[in-house]
Structures are given as structure tokens and as C-alpha cells.
Design a protein around this ligand. Structure first.
Ligand code: FAD
Ligand code: SAM
Length: 660
């Protein structure tokens, strides 16, 4: 996608596509957008009074546009926190779900908001964290986590499909119903209802009869009230929950997200101090938790995350839209975290050098077209790229290189250390090899040789290849796949390489005088001893990419580790299902009974998992950590429901039950 162009008509921000204005203002009355907001959206959703109850609050806006409503809301929220003497993000967070099919660029937003000087500081924070023009979900933490904007750059109907966002207040601001009926349809309002709870409010400047009827049909109690400016009337509504829903087969009851965790204190335990465990600790600590992390090595990043250098880039599949959606979301979120962390820390762990990915020529273009991806994200490498970097050989005329400009290389040891520093004194590491976990009186106990090491309400399994060694009745189809990587001494020629290259193997540009070359795959070899055969394979592959550039003697330190790979090669992320409940409740789903109603999934209360990150843990861990933290806190997830289902830990049981 490209950012949409901003146009002006009679001094008002205007959309040519919809032939309508973003908000009412003109040169003589610059401030009216603000007054309209106060009247239509703020006051009529009962704000700020409802915030004084002291809990998190979820607002969803249909039509984020210039961000004016969002910025005004954030300003009021920060004022509310100051007045209520809430000093950290730990007690109250605002979640703002910003739905927008045609996002404006950060530059256009700055230009528009420059008309409201009082909003400059808030606008700066918003644009400093503004997402790239990539369709999908992008979560951003502003003001030290007091505000989280969940951008959903997609059509509103899609943004709300299958979700249970539990919205407290809706701002309906999708251009006039006469110009944009899709934003006011009954189908869309049914989705609003699915994402509402008893007492959710909603307001809109329109008073159109069909909008009122559609809202009523969807279960809202609707009233007309005095409108703003030239509008005589507007609509306000509140949702009436009719009954607790039971689910049909098509609703995928087995993937219903569990409610927020019930816990007596904000303390969690994590098993595994690799990138999956550390990023989960970081996500929770940022939300005011304390975390004990147990590792059999007694320190961080000692097993697979001891990998000397890791490339990060998105996996794009032409035939699997969910896979592509997941990896784009994971990659974009990863970049956001890596850039933020790197800005705060001097030691360099993130090299945003770009990456060339070997692919079939036609496939690159087909992927770009299908997912509407822009050049800043992926392009077919052209002569500029070939001039700028050492360009690898191609095997045949069909093979080309896709250039991912924002991809790059991470140094895991430094990144993991930085995460530990970020976690500060709320983080504690315990040296123990856990061989059993069990639930006693709603607390998870971690045991080693029958000794209790730690117990807590919340436990996160993030122990890589060891997920099935914890005595859980429920097994996960995960196997250990060995890999080897080797460092190559850089030379005068090789130093001209500016971008990482990924073909059958990957090669990084020189980092501190060394290139990193990886990685081999073996299911048979169970040893971490360095294999001369693997080094040979790696060298031959780099010699095919850059003939004669390296000599065998350039191969230096090698490293071997084990990737935790699931049966479907996807990470396993979310709440751990209650296997007994699944086997009883969903025993007959192989018959696909469309009419039957099921109870929603039940989980092992307080138990979560982030594992099986395979060959991509340095792309998939950060988003997985946010997903788990969002589940625990009952917040909107940072990815779509489709993606949550795709990596849901229950998928293996469900697939088995369906196949019976
Ligand atoms: C050769 C090679 C190259 C790779 N290259 C890349 C790459 O370029 N890009 C990329 O993104 N990824 C790459 N990967 C994959 C990446 O390294 C992994 O996905 C990632 O490190 C997994 O992190 P993790 O936290 O899930 O597991 P780990 O780092 O293995 O962490 C799990 C932790 O759990 C602990 N543990 C296990 N069982 C127990 C127990 N019972 N009790 C207590 N502690 C326990 C372990 O000590 C370990 O510290 C590569 C992997 C290999 C092997
Ligand atoms: C009136 S403007 C919103 C103004 C905005 N609230 C503000 O504060 O500036 C309407 C917005 O809805 C977006 N939009 C229109 N149709 C949409 C759809 N089907 N899905 C998502 N967004 C849509 C438009 O691109 C536009 O940005």
C-alpha cells in the first residue's frame, strides 16, 4: 500500500476518493474540528467521566484519518491521568484502535496538525512511532505505555471480523453515509456489536435514518441528540448484551481467546531465558509486572539464542495469506522494537543493512501485487542495488533477488543483554532444570527433582526444544533440528558487501571484521560438536554466491545449536488449552455439525506458551511476547484474530479431532 495523498478543498482537508472532508474547519475557524470532536465523540461517549473508574479503556475509531480525534483523546487521557495522580502506565492504559483503510503519511498528519499548535508534542510522539504503509495491524506504545495505538490499516469490515475486541467506546467517523455507505452498513454494525460489551457506547455526527436502524438491528439502543455546527441532530447509542453467546462450528469456538488472567499479584514465572522468554519478560515488565525467569543454564541466551548472528526478514508466501500476514506483522513489530531499543543503547546489536532474498523473478512481482507491498518494503533488486553492494551470482535466468530494504542482522548476545538491562530490578534469574510443572490451588509450581523451585499464578513456557520435558499431559509436536553457522574473516573485497544475502544459506555483511554464514539443517545429528561436513557445505554455498571471494581458511569460529521446530513450522503462541475439555466438548467436530452449539474453549488458567520459533525466533519472538502479555492483561491483541488462530497452541488438538 502507499500512503494516501492529502488534498485540500476550500481550506479543508479533503479526500478525492470519497469526495468528502476529513473534518470541518476553514481558515477563519481553524479550531472547529476540535469542537466537533468534543461534542460528538468525547462528551457523548461519557468521557472523561467513565475513565475515572480507574481501569484500562478501549476506544475504537472507524476512520482514523488525520489522527485529530485520536490526538485530542490522548491529550484528554494524559490530563485525566495527571488529575488522578496516576504516574505510571501500570494502573491505567488507553487502548486506541485506529481503523483506517487509506492511511495518510506522517508528513501529511504533521501538516494537518500544525493547525493545532497545542497538539504538537502529542503529534510528535505519534509520528515518531507511526507505522509503515503496510496493510495489517501495527501496535505502538506512546507516552511510556500509557497509551497504546493499535493501527489497523485495512477495511473496517475486515478489521472487526472474528474479533472480540471488547471495545468500551466507538467513534464512528467514516465520511458521510451518503458518500461511503460501507462504513454504516448493518453488517458492519453487527461486527461492532460482536466487539462490544454491555454498556459499550458509540456516537456519530450523522443522524441518518438507515444508520439508526442498522445500529438498532445490531443490538444498540439508539438516541438522537443535538448535533454540532450545521448538523441539527446526531446519534448516540449504547450496547445491550442479550445473552452469553454459544458458538457454532463456523465461529471456531476452540479458538476463542481466554478472558484476562485472574491473579493475586503482578508476578509471573517464565521457563527459558532465550529470546522468546526474555521478550515475554520485557513485555510484562513494561506493564508493571515482576518476572522470575528459570533457566537450566543459569544465565540468559545460552542455548539456541546463543546463535552468533541472526537475520531478520519477513517470510512471504504467495499461497498462504495468513502465513504472510503473520510474518509481515511479526517483522514490522520486530523492527519497531529493535529500532526503539537500539536508540536507547550504545552497544550495537541491530544492523539495518537490508537483505537480498533469492526468489523466482515472477514470484517476487506476484507477491508484491497480491499483498500490495511498496518499494520501501520489498522490490525486485535493480541496477542501483547491484551498484551499491556486492551482488550474488544467480543460478538461472528465472532467479532474481528481492530486496528488503528494512531487513537486517541482529547480534543475539547483545540484544538479549539489552533486554535484561531493560527489565531492570523487576527481573530475576533462577538457575534450575525444571522437569515438572503442576497446578496446585490455582498456582503453577515449577519443580526440579521434586523440589519446588518457584510458584506463581502465571507461568509462561518459553524453553525452546524442551517444551515436552515439563511433565505436561498435553504434548506439542516439536522436534529439535540442528543447525551450524560459521564466521568468515572479512577481506578487502568482501567489505564492499552492504546487504545481507539469503539464498539456500545466508551471509551477513562484515560486522566487526567478520561475516556470518549460516545455516545447515539436520534432524539426525544430535551433537553440538562442530561438523567439518557442515562447514564444507556452508563454504561451498558461499563460493557459489560469490565465486572466489573467500578461501576455505577464512572460515573461523563455528557454532551449532538446535531449533525448536513444530510440525507445521509455525511458532506456538498463546494460552495452553485444557486438553480434557477439548476432547469432551469438541469430540464430534470431525462431523462438522453446522447447527450444533459449543461452549467456548477452556484453557489451563494462567499457563501460556511462546515456543517453536524454528529458524525465525529473531523475527517472531517480540510479537509473540506482546500477544501473550495482551492475553494475560485482557488487552486487544497486536495481530488479527486470524493470525492468533493460526499460531494458537490448540491447533494441533483441533486438527486431530477434525481428522478423526
Ligand atoms: C544455526 C542456527 C542459525 C539460526 N539463524 C537464525 C537467523 O538467522 N534468524 C533467526 O531469526 N533465527 C535464527 N535461528 C533460530 C533462533 O536462534 C531461534 O529461533 C531462537 O534462538 C529460539 O529462541 P528461544 O528462546 O525459543 O529458545 P532458546 O534460545 O533455546 O531458549 C530456551 C531456553 O530454555 C532453557 N531451558 C530449556 N529447557 C529447560 C528446562 N526444562 N528448565 C529450565 N530451562 C530450560 C534453555 O537453557 C534455553 O536457554 C537460528 C538457529 C540456528 C540453530
Ligand atoms: C472523516 S475521515 C476521518 C477523520 C478522522 N477521524 C480525523 O480525526 O481526522 C474518514 C476516514 O475513514 C476512512 N475510511 C473510509 N472508508 C473506510 C473503510 N471502509 N474502512 C476503513 N477506513 C475507511 C477514510 O480513508 C478516512 O480517512
Amino acid at each position: 500500500m502507499q500512503y494516501t495523498e492529502l488534498h485540500w478543498r476550500d481550506g479543508q482537508p479533503y479526500s478525492e476518493r470519497y469526495d468528502d472532508i476529513y473534518y470541518a474547519s476553514n481558515d477563519s475557524e481553524l479550531i472547529s474540528g476540535e469542537k466537533e470532536f468534543d461534542h460528538v465523540f468525547f462528551k457523548h461517549n461519557g468521557l472523561p467521566e467513565r475513565w475515572r473508574q480507574g481501569s484500562d479503556f478501549v476506544i475504537a475509531e472507524l476512520g482514523f484519518g488525520s489522527g485529530l480525534n485520536c490526538l485530542l483523546t490522548i491529550r484528554a487521557w494524559l490530563q485525566h491521568l495527571a488529575e488522578s495522580k496516576v504516574e505510571t502506565n501500570e494502573d491505567q492504559r488507553l487502548h486506541y484502535i485506529a481503523i483506517e483503510k487509506h492511511p495518510l503519511s506522517a508528513e501529511s498528519i504533521v501538516k494537518l496538525i500544525s493547525r493545532y499548535p497545542a497538539l504538537k508534542t502529542i503529534c510528535d510522539e505519534l509520528v515518531d512511532n507511526y507505522p509503515p504503509a503496510i496493510a495489517g495491524t501495527h501496535s505502538r506504545q506512546l507516552f511510556a505505555g500509557r497509551v497504546i495505538i493499535h493501527y489497523r490499516f485495512m477495511d473496517a469490515a475486515r478489521a472487526l471480523s472474528d474479533e472480540r475486541l471488547n471495545v468500551d467506546a466507538w467513534y464512528l467517523d467514516g465520511f458521510s453515509p451518503a458518500k461511503n455507505a460501507a462504513m454504516w452498513s448493518e453488517e458492519l454494525f453487527i461486527k461492532l456489536a460482536q466487539n462490544s460489551h454491555q454498556g459499550t457506547t458509540c456516537s456519530s455526527y450523522t443522524s441518518a435514518g438507515f444508520v439508526r436502524r442498522n445500529l438498532q438491528q445490531a443490538g444498540f439502543i439508539v438516541n438522537k441528540t443535538a448535533g454540532y455546527g450545521k448538523k441539527r441532530e446526531m446519534l448516540v447509542a449504547s450496547f445491550e448484551q442479550r445473552n452469553i453467546p454459544l458458538y457454532r462450528y463456523a465461529d471456531k469456538p476452540w479458538y476463542v481467546t481466554p478472558p484476562a488472567a485472574v491473579c493475586s499479584e503482578k508476578k509471573a514465572t517464565i521457563i527459558g531465558a532465550g529470546i522468546a522468554g526474555l521478550s515475554a519478560a520485557h513485555a510484562l515488565i513494561r506493564r508493571g509486572w515482576r518476572v522470575d525467569i528459570i533457566d537450566r543454564q543459569g544465565d540468559i541466551a545460552r542455548e539456541t539464542s546463543a546463535n552468533p548472528a541472526a537475520i531478520t526478514y519477513p517470510r512471504l508466501s504467495l499461497n498462504n495469506d495468513l502465513d504472510t500476514e503473520f510474518y509481515i506483522a511479526a517483522f514490522c513489530y520486530n523492527l519497531y522494537e529493535l529500532n526503539r531499543l537500539q536508540q536507547k543503547h550504545e552497544r550495537q546489536f541491530w544492523f539495518d543493512c537490508g537483505l537480498l532474498q533469492s526468489m523466482d523473478d515472477g514470484r517476487i512481482s506476484a507477491i508484491i501485487d497480491k499483498f500490495d507491498l511498496n518499494d520501501a518494503f520489498i522490490a525486485v533488486a535493480d541496477d542501483n542495488d547491484k551498484d551499491e553492494t556486492l551482488y550474488p551470482a544467480t543460478r538461472n535466468a528465472q532467479q532474481a533477488y528481492a530486496v528488503y530494504k528494512t531487513a537486517g542482522v541482529v547480534l543475539p548476545a547483545v540484544l538479549c543483554d539489552v533486554l535484561k538491562i531493560e527489565c531492570g530490578d523487576r527481573f530475576n534469574i533462577i538457575h534450575a532444570d525444571i522437569d515438572a510443572i503442576s497446578n496446585e490451588n490455582n498456582r503453577w509450581q515449577c519443580l526440579s527433582a521434586d523440589a519446588l523451585i518457584k510458584d506463581s499464578d502465571i507461568l509462561i513456557i518459553a524453553n525452546g526444544t524442551g517444551v515436552n520435558d515439563l511433565g505436561l499431559a498435553l504434548g506439542f509436536p516439536v522436534e529439535a533440528v540442528r543447525g551450524q553457522a560459521v564466521a568468515l574473516t572479512a577481506n578487502a573485497d568482501s567489505k564492499n558487501m552492504t546487504k545481507a544475502v539469503n539464498s539456500a544459506h545466508y551471509l551477513t555483511p562484515a560486522i566487526n571484521g567478520r561475516h556470518y554464514l549460516g545455516a545447515t539443517y539436520s534432524r539426525e545429528n544430535k551433537s553440538t560438536a562442530i561438523s567439518a561436513g557442515d562447514n564444507r557445505e556452508l563454504f561451498e554455498s558461499v563460493d557459489a554466491l560469490f565465486p572466489g571471494m573467500f578461501k576455505r581458511e577464512d572460515c573461523g569460529d563455528a557454532w551449532a545449536g538446535f531449533r525448536a521446530m513444530s510440525k507445521d513450522r509455525l511458532p506456538i503462541v498463546g494460552a495452553v488449552p485444557d486438553g480434557d475439555f477439548f476432547h469432551q466438548e469438541y469430540a464430534d467436530i470431525c462431523h462438522g455439525k453446522g447447527y450444533k452449539k459449543y461452549r467456548p474453549a477452556q484453557h489451563m488458567a494462567g499457563l501460556y506458551i511462546s515456543a517453536a520459533h524454528g529458524s525465525r525466533g529473531f523475527t517472531s519472538s517480540f510479537i509473540s511476547a506482546e500477544i501473550i502479555a495482551a492475553h494475560i492483561a485482557g488487552e486487544p491483541a497486536p495481530v488479527s484474530k486470524g493470525v492468533l488462530d493460526y499460531i494458537n497452541p490448540s491447533r494441533f488438538i483441533v486438527n486431530d479431532l477434525k481428522r478423526r
